[in-house]
Write a protein that binds this ligand. Structure first.
Ligand code: AMP
Ligand code: ZN
Length: 209
């Protein structure tokens, strides 16, 4: 499996923006993209392209990858249906293998995985992110909570069990989610201690990693 080597010189730099910036992940479903952003191309059991795993351009932690399934026309988790399960199971299995490998190779706690309930980018993608949240791009408390609130950061297990049981993913209202990200306490995901500032939380997280 690939080494974790993001192209540091261009991290955080926006691409030339057109009005369609929400579709900037689409190119990783095809061949017309800069391979330096690609961590890994993944094929399915039959050797067909399954997913492209890329380095997040604005990483919110030391390790931050996006797993982009290529053969799916879904932009938000509420559009997943039971028919997507076989593909999603393969994607989740490979994502877990990637997280485990990175954890061992970099000697860090197991990175966490999830889909944002209300994504900003229009091609569905699974985040793989380490739990240090040690990044200058993690600027706001809401950023942190978007990876630690289980209603907002939907785990692969939750997606799969919801699809098996209900044929859709149960997501609470966007108003309630926005309220939670704004007003819920900033809590360490390791020990539950609460913090009033992101700076203090980040310092505390350093002790767990
Ligand atoms: P979300 O849609 O909220 O699940 O997250 C979108 C993710 O894509 C964020 O973590 C961004 O930092 C990241 N991102 C935004 N633009 C790009 C880009 N052009 N290439 C790679 N990652 C990006
Ligand atoms: Zn803690």
């Amino acid at each position: 499996m690939a080494l974790y080597l993001p192209p540091t010189e261009d991290l955080g730099k926006s691409e030339i923006h057109n009005s369609n910036w929400t579709r900037l992940l689409s190119k990783y479903k095809g061949v017309d993209h800069d391979p330096k952003w690609v961590y890994m191309y993944v094929n399915d059991f039959d050797g067909h392209p399954l997913a492209t795993v890329i380095y997040d351009r604005f990483p919110k932690a030391m390790v931050h990858l996006l797993v982009i399934p290529v053969n799916i026309d879904v932009s938000r988790p509420d559009q997943f249906r039971r028919r997507h399960l076989p593909l999603l199971k393969q994607v989740h299995t490979i994502a877990k293998q990637i997280a485990r490998t990175i954890s061992i190779k970099l000697d860090i706690p197991m990175p966490i995985m999830g889909y944002h309930a209300i994504p900003s980018m229009a091609d569905i993608h699974l985040h793989i992110i380490s739990t240090d949240f040690d990044s200058p791009f993690l600027k706001r408390a809401e950023h942190y909570k978007s990876f630690t609130d289980p209603d907002y950061f939907l785990s692969p297990e939750k997606i799969e069990s919801n699809l098996i049981n209900y044929d859709f993913v149960h997501i609470i209202s966007s108003d309630a989610l926005k309220r939670q990200l704004k007003y819920d306490p900033l809590m360490c995901l390791n020990c539950g201690e609460e913090f009033t500032s992101l700076k203090d939380l980040k310092m505390h997280l350093g002790m767990h990693n």
